[in-house]
Design a protein around this ligand. Sequence first.
Ligand code: SF4
Ligand code: SF4
Length: 56
Amino acid sequence: MAFKISTDCIACGSCLPECAAEAISEGTEYYTIDAEACIDCGACADACPVGAISEL
Ligand code: SF4
Ligand code: SF4
């Protein structure tokens, strides 16, 4: 399992410092999560103001 960022992402950056696994990176338009690195903790989803992060 891993979390995923949808196209609702407004690239605010709030999720980035929340990820202990450093699985989140700044994409060209939306932020992205490396599914291999994600440890499925859910911290980023709680930090997202627009609810763009959900479980795959
Ligand atoms: S669920 Fe946890 S490990 Fe996965 S991207 Fe979000 S903060 Fe990082
Ligand atoms: S917190 Fe949500 S809106 Fe902000 S960069 Fe992360 S996924 Fe995008």
